[in-house]
Design a protein around this ligand. Structure first.
Ligand code: PEP
Length: 253
């Protein structure tokens, strides 16, 4: 049975106090209506992580994620945060390869491969993001494009490491645009990702990897988008900044 996960990616939003308040609200709702087997992950900016990690240690289903880390474990990299540092404050997941980091910070497949390894070396779980731009979807090359992203940044891993991964399929044309993939489009791509993993690592391992959908998920569309058998949850941007919306999405899984 694969993990069912709903992760909220706050991006560069929420000052310190409003961020903690949001987590308090999420925790309150979680205690009133148990999220069942779903793992609820909060990916806040770095400034909140240590405090949220303390808060999360009090609840069973709440987990903490960073949105990025550096591939080296320490050294002269001014302004960066390493995977061992995240581990030292109780972070459990790290988002790697979000399309905004690929685009604005020019993160390459090679760099992402090193980051994934750095995260796994600390026994943290990478949430590896992949997804195609609109032009690729329009030319119906999305399967080839996403498979290449996976091969380039993940296929250096050994089978045991691949078992630890979470993958997030986030079509770039759906991120922050209000356009969501249909449940059929999401399921088709998730099945294709699983098939690609199976060809490299075998069916058993491929069946263990949770694949989340991300891109304009909202309380009104989440149930529909999550309905495919290969869709194991969501990576939620905008709607994770409001506790009621976020928990409505958790509920719909
Ligand atoms: C994201 O950036 O990971 C994301 C899914 O954003 P949104 O939900 O706002 O489209």
């Amino acid at each position: 049975m694969r993990d069912q996960i709903v992760a909220g990616n706050w991006k560069m939003n929420k000052d310190f106090d409003p961020g903690l308040l949001l987590v308090e609200e999420i925790q309150k709702m979680m205690s009133e209506e148990s999220p069942g087997a779903t793992k609820v992950v909060v990916a806040s900016p770095f400034i909140h992580l240590a405090r949220i990690s303390e808060m999360a240690s009090q609840s069973d289903a709440l987990y903490v994620a960073a949105q990025n880390c550096h591939p080296e474990s320490a050294g002269a990299y001014t302004g960066e945060i390493s995977a061992p540092m995240l581990k030292s404050i109780g972070v459990e997941y790290v988002i790697i390869g979000h399309s905004e980091r690929r685009e604005y910070f020019k993160e390459s497949h090679e760099l992402l491969a090193r980051k994934v390894k750095a995260v796994l070396d600390q026994d943290l779980i990478p949430i590896f993001c992949c997804g195609e731009p609109l032009a690729v979807r329009e030319s119906e090359q999305q399967g080839v494009f996403v498979n290449q992203q996976l091969s380039d940044s993940l296929f250096h891993l050994n089978p045991e490491s691949v078992r630890q991964l979470v993958i997030a399929y986030e079509p770039i044309w759906a991120i922050g645009t209000g356009k969501t993939a249909s449940s059929a489009q999401a399921q088709e791509m998730h099945a294709s990702i699983r098939q690609h993993l199976a060809e490299q690592y075998g069916k058993e391992i491929a069946n263990e990897v949770p694949i989340l959908y991300g891109g304009s998920c909202k309380p009104t569309n989440a149930e529909e988008v999550f309905s495919g058998p290969d869709v194991d949850g969501g990576l939620i941007g905008g709607a994770s900044l409001n506790a009621s919306d976020f928990m409505a999405i958790v509920r719909s899984l």
